[in-house]
Design a protein around this ligand. Structure first.
Ligand SMILES: *Cc1c(COP(=O)(O)O)cnc(C)c1O
Length: 436
């Protein structure tokens, strides 16, 4: 469609990888205007854990709209918000023995991160924040300062201050515990690192290339924070809401962060919604200090409650995510063993896994062929070298297998051609033109 070239900004990104006009979606399927079916292994970058237009939530949402329930509510107490809070408290927080208050921020992940950083700085009176290599926390200035990616950082146009970077788990090699380095920095008054207000961390780095921290590392990090009275913020925007096989991605590590950010799949339906969870003792906000017009997306409260009621009242769903996660790792390991020639590797946990192709060009050739074959799948990482498997958690076993089969055949095709032909062969130019 010409209109997108004519008047939509050059800033478009996903649209470039999947140059179709989409007009319908259901479960793990997206459909383009011409009726072509695509298996969605991108899932709104982790926003559609329960699939597209999930009937269970749609029903509740339609009934709510039909009854003229509040749509926009600023931060007013509404019935829908109250019911969400009750459900979240009873079914998510209490069973996990987590004591948090809930701050409703503007409905984007980056705004939740802004709020978390602001609160940490204000209550500690310290400016510095520790963030990790390859971390991604959003693109508004405060969150962007904590984000590693130079492409995103470069767009800021101002200096991004107040954050010190420390190597993430595995960054310096398998056997180096980078929390020991962090601790050393904190103990050395000449390390050049100002005592931070907080550490912000993803338990699995999504945009940074599906780097999964070990549970030991997370526990060590939590211990270092406690020892030095630094707040621990877990940014669970992408890894949370079930993606790794438990509601919060940090549960299995047995840590209890001081602050947690949630967004992406929180509403369940793809509606914008973000919260910050705060240990009650440090909820020292003054009324209205952090605000935002769209903190009361009541449609999202309705669908978020429905998602928790349906999927998180017992362990059935979490168990199915773990089971599918095991299947995914088994398949990805065998793909890597078969075609990776010792270069490729797998990464991640739960249904948050990827194949590191080392080379970004190779990864994008693979995802382009997969798209031609009907699977939408994206790359992430510093050089977009990691193929990121992020299908809805509700995907059927059949479609999970089919999607991975298609990616596998794309890997096979690309690796076969790569090993036979010199660089810059024209086969891929043809493929590219067909997709474009
Ligand atoms: C997506 C993401 C964000 C930013 O969320 P937006 O809604 O895009 O602003 C922040 N942190 C993590 C870990 C994310 O994956």
């Amino acid at each position: 469609m010409k209109i997108f070239d004519e008047i939509e900004s050059e800033v478009q990104s996903y649209a470039r990888s999947f140059p179709r006009v989409f007009n319908r979606a259901k479960g793990e399927y997206l459909y383009s205007e011409d009726g072509t079916e695509y298996l969605d292994f991108l899932a709104g970058a982790g926003t559609l854990n329960y699939g597209h237009n999930n009937d269970l939530f749609k029903e509740k949402l339609l009934a709510y709209i039909e009854s003229d329930g509040i749509t926009h509510g600023l931060d007013l107490h509404t019935k829908a918000k109250g019911e969400f809070l009750e459900t979240f408290n009873e079914k998510i927080l209490k069973p996990r023995d987590l004591d948090y208050v809930v701050q409703f921020t503007g409905p984007t992940g980056t705004n939740a991160v802004e709020a978390a950083l602001k609160l940490a700085r204000n209550i500690t009176g310290r400016e510095n924040i520790i963030a990790f290599t390859n971390g991604f926390h959003g693109v508004s200035l405060g969150a962007l300062a904590a984000t590693g990616n130079s492409h995103h950082r470069g767009a800021a146009g101002v200096s991004l201050n107040g954050v010190s970077r420390v190597p993430y788990d595995g960054y310096l090699g398998e056997n180096i515990d980078t929390t020991a380095y962090l601790e050393k920095l904190l103990m050395d008054s000449s390390s050049g690192i100002d005592t931070p207000a907080a550490v912000i961390v993803e338990t699995v780095q999504g945009e940074g290339g599906i780097n999964a921290a070990s549970f030991d590392w997370l526990r060590n990090l939590s211990a270092v924070c406690k020892k030095h009275e630094i707040l621990l913020i877990v940014d669970d925007i992408q890894a949370g809401c079930g993606r790794t096989g438990s509601y919060f991605s940090f549960e299995e590590a047995g840590i209890k962060p001081d602050i947690v950010t949630l967004s992406k799949s929180l509403s369940g339906y793809g509606l914008p919604f973000a919260v910050v969870l705060i240990r009650p003792e440090i909820d020292l906000w003054k009324p209205g200090e952090h605000n935002g017009t769209f903190r009361g997306n009541n449609f999202a409260f309705v669908t978020a409650k429905a998602a928790i009621d349906h999927y998180w009242s017992d362990n059935t769903f979490a168990d199915s995510v773990k089971r599918k996660g095991n299947y995914i790792s088994q398949r990805l390991n065998s793909i890597v063993a078969e075609y990776g020639e010792g270069n490729f590797s797998t990464r991640g946990r739960g249904m948050f896994q990827g194949i590191n192709c080392v080379n970004g060009e190779l990864a994008s050739k693979i995802t382009r062929i997969a798209f031609q074959q009907g699977v939408m799948i994206e790359t992430s990482g510093a050089d977009d070298q990691v193929i990121k498997f992020l299908c809805p958690l509700t995907i059927s076993d059949e479609n999970l297998k089919r999607g991975i089969d298609i990616v596998e055949s794309a890997v096979k095709a690309v690796c076969a051609i790569e090993s036979e032909m010199p660089e810059d062969n024209c086969y891929f130019d043809d493929v590219y033109h067909e997709v474009g």
